[in-house]
Design a protein around this ligand. Sequence first.
Ligand SMILES: NC(=O)c1ccc[n+]([C@@H]2O[C@H](COP(=O)([O-])OP(=O)(O)OC[C@H]3O[C@@H](n4cnc5c(N)ncnc54)[C@H](O)[C@@H]3O)[C@@H](O)[C@H]2O)c1
Length: 364
Amino acid sequence: MKKKIGIIGYGWVAGANHRNSYSQMNRDEVEIVAVCDVCDKALARAKEDFGLKEDCLFKDYKEMIDSGLCEMVDICTPNSLHCEQAKYALNAGLAVSIEKPVGVNSDEVAQVKALAEKKGLPVFVCFTWRHMPTTRFLKDVIDSGTVGKVYHCYIKCIKESGLWEGRRLEWRFQKEYGGTGVLCDLGSHMIDFLNWMNEDIIGLYANQGIFIKERQKLDSDEWAKVTTDDYANIMADLKSGATANIELSRCAKTEEQLVEFIIYGEKGYIRYCNYVGEGLEICYGSKEEIKKGKQRVSTPSSYGENGRMYQSQSFVDMVNGKTDNFTSTIDDGLRAQMVIDAAVKSHVEKRYVTIEEIKNSLKY
Ligand SMILES: NC(=O)c1ccc[n+]([C@@H]2O[C@H](COP(=O)([O-])OP(=O)(O)OC[C@H]3O[C@@H](n4cnc5c(N)ncnc54)[C@H](O)[C@@H]3O)[C@@H](O)[C@H]2O)c1
């Protein structure tokens, strides 16, 4: 039976990533039956993309949920709206997918988690980096002990999107809508990557800052303050005893956006870099093998075609009761959010912050 999905927020990520990911699925499994967006242009695009009738387009997410058209919702709105929309959907008995970061603080994310448990409904979180063939391969290689005990994880997500000429004061540059800037935008993925590798962060030092301090508003030429971070750095201790460094920026002039994971263990290292070509770079084994230098290994075809994105499949599978090592849930969303809150606290209070401290301070 086809699952009937309603999308809330049909901006960049929904119109590109999600639409693409659903389109790669078996047509008998899902159908986009409704879309909600406050913007007329976004609704017109959705109408054309999915061949929807006027009465399947909504400006108010509550009306879309109350319409009874959908059994699952896919939330792709600005960060500050995710949790209230998720709670409304859960209260109406719908399964939910939420874009990352789940919310703007751990308390509201914990509330969503508690409600989902009470209602017995699945909540999926779009940690996209779990749903690509090569990163799935990387996880399996690490889990199989190829590099032995892990000592260091060096992770970078470096973009120049904050330097695009004339880029205006979108919601992601404002604390009230975004929560934080690159820390939650890019960082939530990178933090989840570590958690997913079973390398949970237990405590950290962090800093963050803003380079481009003012931008022109979207609806006028007036200039206003940017209130979310352009860069953030995290130095973390991991539960396994290993350490991690996470470097994030949207103001690093670069030929292509860089996403890099390097895992160093007692037997060598494995490196994923998004623009070095397909597969992984590895260098491990005996002294002689290490001396031979780095080699490339291709991602086995069993992980799927290069370029495929299995995120929407994973969401629908979860709703159908099928989960695996790659499924990203509200528990993962809360873990990532607590690390984000710890990083903000560390920066503000200029001290080491443990995740336990954040957990103990949850009001919910
Ligand atoms: N997983 C990923 O790799 C990835 C990539 C990009 C963005 N994201 C996340 O996706 C979310 C959306 O980001 P985006 O880049 O698509 O932003 P966007 O601004 O392009 O799209 C947001 C859309 O939400 C709509 N919207 C705003 N308020 C609404 C409301 N009350 N009800 C319904 N619709 C409303 C806007 O009109 C807009 O069309 C964010 O949480 C972001 O962090 C995730």
